[in-house]
Ligand binder design. Sequence first.
Ligand code: GDP
Ligand code: MG
Length: 302
Amino acid sequence: MAQSEAARRSGLWARVAGRTRALLQDGIRVLGSPLGAGYYEGLEELLIAADLGVPLAVKLSAAVRAGRPQSESQAQSLLEAAVVTVMSARPRDLVLPNTLACILLCGVNGAGKTTTIGKLAHRLKRSGRRPMVIAADTYRAAAAEQVRVWAERAGVPCFAGAAGGDPGAVVFDGLAMAQSRGLDVALVDTAGRLQTHHNLVEELSKVGRVAGRAVAGAPHESLLVLDAMLGQSNLAQARGFSKALALTGLVMAKLDGSSKGGAALAIEQELGLPTKLVGVGEEIEDLAAFDPPAFARSIFGA
Ligand code: GDP
Ligand code: MG
């Protein structure tokens, strides 16, 4: 029997950031009563140890203190509420027109872009959209093949250019094909690049501009895919990529079992970009909309 959406979702969140959760839950238990001496300093240290970063740890600890909790459970509720309050207020749903929408994914090699494209194609198709995938990673011959395999799994068409071709031209032709077939979402997979490689970052800008010439308003979403396991080192990447593209959101891949799950909160805080999707495994179903209350509950426990 098919699992209900709610059960599936809670299952997904239970898998998130296992080690972060263990660290925080044990730590909070050890801290004991919020009326005890040194509670707030201890809480701050614990949040820093869980990769939330110093500014966020200080902010959250101060928010709990301001609520004057009298018991451990009150402190816990205040902490969960504070997380939700400090997170981005920008919309987390993908903002897609009903005509052809273009979603561009970028990030470093191995972050999880291609896997996310496959999962997202599946998710969009299931929600009644007609997606296609454009393989604009023309650097590695194997890259287009990997995209094709994911497109097949998701049951959506795939457009790939020749290896060594110009990624801008591939995107232009791919979008034209999507339009001629009456499809309504184009998911563009780009080659992995380091934010420090200026010519590649410039090329990514160009891919974005070319998409805009092919389809009005494109790309409608420019998502940076980050490997949650890399924790705070994702910040430098994100700053570099945001120079190339007007990023609209983040995808936090590999949040399952990550020891650095808390960094997801720090990164969003620092960048002011909403995390729209999280990857919680290697299978096609393992993609979830980011839900700050569920995330806070899953890492602080209740
Ligand atoms: P790309 O280079 O950015 O396109 O990265 P890929 O999509 O090829 O993914 C790199 C590796 O990370 C692959 O082995 C994926 O199976 C794995 N991966 C991607 N997303 C997730 C995730 O959410 N959870 C886990 N555990 N592994 C993932
Ligand atoms: Mg790839």
